[in-house]
Structure formats: structure tokens, C-alpha cells
Design a protein around this ligand. Sequence first.
Ligand code: BG6
Length: 490
Amino acid sequence: MSQTIVIFGASGDLTSRKLIPALYQLFRKGRFDAPPRIVGFSRSPFSHDEWRDKLAATTAQFAGEKFDAATWDEFAKHIYYHAGDVGKRDDFQSLSQFLDGIEGNDSSDDDNNDGRLYYLSMAPRFYKSAIEHLGQSGLAEEGHCCRRIIIEKPFGTDLASSRELNRQIHKVFNEHQVYRIDHYLGKETVQNLMVLRFANTIFEPIWNRNYIDHVQITVAEEVEVGSRAGYYDSAGVIRDMIQNHLLQLLMVTAMEAPVRYEADSIRNEKVKVLQAIEPLDAKQVQADTFRGQYRGYTASEGVEPTSRTATFAGVKLSIDNWRWQGVPFYLRSGKGMSCRTTQIVIQFHAPPHKLFEDSPSDLGESNRLVIQVQPAEGIQIHFQTKVPDAGMKMRQTDLGFNYQKEFRGSMPEAYERLLLDALEGDASLFARADEVEAAWQICDPILDAWQSSDRPTLFMYDPGFWGPDECREWMLEQGREWFDTCPVLG
Ligand code: BG6
């Protein structure tokens, strides 16, 4: 039985840059039992062949040397295009007939043997009408097989709008049909974090307040906002990165072991982490959050010259449970930073007794586990070693694991794993309704306080460094230091 993927917003950037290349890679690697039909839906009037040709060119560009024309030709036989407008109900009726036609169904037969996956790959303002029309045209009804929907971020712009979006979705789809995507969960290294924690025994005994001083989660991007400035100026770093990607990394780092490796068990544990985070009040937002904007941001096309949108955030959160009481989690993300790096640093306590004159006394010299999520995917443990032939002098050294050295070959794109999982009905790596809402519950008070009259200062920083200097000082005042190291590639 093969399935059908319908991509709404097919002429958009995400489709050509990520979705089609990911599906092509899955096809090339033989990951489909039966390759899915891929139907593009958007207003532009393409014939099937025109759309295939357009995608061939973009996939060749994004897949690079992995693009093979003969394989593409085989893959392209599964690609179709159907022009339509998500705002028009009639266009969904004609889509329904078109799908029945290519799936070889008699439209009077509502047994729905072939599964369908609807992918909303368009601006969020169109979600509501797309969902309603899918419902009204019967496209969401499950017969023998499944009707699933993937929804891209941003999932709402605050708690109220995310609740409203969940309400609209649930009028048409049951929760088990809904796949809210956060592409960070599709990254190999993020999945490996669960393996590191729950398939090994040596980390669990020390993964708590008794051994850990604090955790740092950094997603730094060297790029500036570029052509996305218009969107970015209304979103800012909290909505764009913290509410989703960084909180996902925090959940996977802090969660308890699920009872089973299965979607709801995993998501139950993740949600409990967010529930244990007390939302910050206005005073705490002043003390525990940090706003920055890189110099030159307001000169970007699409940005108001007076814009106060934050392109950098530092946020200190506390998880009020047995494991993490008193262990701050520092989240930091910014554009225009020193380099591209996503890393999770587990900083262990300094040794309790200074036996050697040279023993580490500050945290910077103490044990640290660094999980390099990207781009130099790997894990390092930092520890003190005696320098040979130098009395009891010591130096910090590390044990390292590097994906490239160990497994060779390039890392798969996150979308490959996520698309395959959604086709197979595995929602483990997708956000549940309550999870998204709980994340907004943490971010809303920050966003509100940042809008208020006594908002924290917006510190300016030069692109190419680690954000505002004041953020470094803020950490130093707490006796801690950001781990500002660019990964070594190659
Ligand atoms: C997106 C954000 O969700 O993630 C972008 O909207 C950001 O602003 C991107 O650049 C980062 O993703 P990655 O996979 O390149 O780290």
C-alpha cells in the first residue's frame, strides 16, 4: 500500500529546499517499502511536468553530489501537481477527486485504503482555512487507513493563539492524526541525546543536582536575518527559537526516562519538564532574561528603523523537581554570532576539596560534558590531567566522540527522519498539543514583560561575537561562564 503526501504551499521555499530533497534522499536510500505519491498544491498553474522540472533543478542544487539524474527520473514518476487555492472550498473538492484518481479509488468508495499525509507548508495565516476545507471536503476522515496532518512552526504566536489553533485543528482532526513539526527533534544528535542518557548506565547517576552545577543550551547562528527580516521582525528570537527549538533541547536534556520508547510515554515525560518550570514573573524577567540586537539589524530590508526586536536572548530557567532543584538552565540564542553552533553543556560541580595546589577551583576548569548538536556533531568530556614531567601541574583535556570519524558519511537531514516517521504513524519526534501550549506558557510572560514599559534593556552587540558583552558579565556575576567555543570542523 503506498501513501500520498499532499503539500499545501507547494511553490514555497520549504518545499524545494527541504521537503522534496528529503523525500528524494529517502527514495534514493530505498527507505520506502512503496514510494509515496507526492502531490503539490498551490495557486501557481504548473503542469505535472513543469513542476517536476522545477523540482529537479532545485533538488540538484540542494542535494549536491547525491543527486543522480536517473534516480531522480524514477522518483519523479511519483510526483504530481494540482493547482488550487487553500481559501477555496471547491478547490478541495477537485483535489479530493484528483487524489481518488491517482490512487485508483472509486470516489463512491469511502474505504480509503491508501494513507494520506497533508503537509501545511505555508504562512500560518492560511492554516485555518486549509484545515476547515480539509474537514468540509471529507479529506480528514479516516477509513481503512489514515489521514494525518503535519503542521510547521510557528505554532501560534502566544498561548492564546496556539490554543485557538489547537481548537481549530481538533474540530477536524483527532490528536493522533496531528504531527506538529519541530525539525530540531529530527536531528540525529538530538535523538542521540536520549540514547546517551537512556541506553547507557554511567550518566544517569550523575545527571542531577548532586553533580551538576548548571546546564547551558546555546543555539548560535552566524547568519543575520537576511531575506526573512520581514517575518523575523514580528517574531523575534523568543518566538523564532526559544519557544520551540531551545525548549525542545531542554526537555530532552531534563526529562525522566520514559517507560517505553513510544510517542505518548516520551511526550508525557517531556511535558512534565515544562510543567515543572515556574513561569517568570515581571521581576524575574528583569533579573533572569537578557535581550540583545545586533548592530545593523534595523538597516535590513523589511525591518522598521526603530525596531526593538531582539535578535539575541539569554534566559535562565529553573526546573522545580527533585532532579533539578537549584540547577539553572541557561538558554541562549542569537543571530549574527561568532559561528554556527548548537551545543548543550552540562557543567559539573568543582571538586569539593582542593587536594593539589593546581586543583580546579572554578567551574571553568571543572568537569564538563559538551554535546555538539551541530555542526561538528559529537560529544566531549572535559577533565583534568597531570601534565607529564611538570610536578603536579594539570591541564584540562578531553575524551571525544565525533560522528564523522566514527560513522563517516554525511548526517541525514532532519526532515528525512520526520517525514518517514509521520508516514509510519510514529509521533515520538513531534510536539503534542499540551506540549506546545506549555512552551508558550513559559514564553508568554517573557514576551509580555519585554513589551512593557519597564522592559529589560536591549543591549546592542557587534555581529561576529557571542552577543552582548553584558550577557557575559551577567553570567560572571553568578560565578559562571558561557562556554564560548566554536566547534572544530573537519
Ligand atoms: C528555524 C528558524 O526554525 O530554525 C530560523 O526560523 C533558524 O531562524 C533555523 O535559522 C535554524 O535551524 P538549523 O537547523 O539551521 O539550526
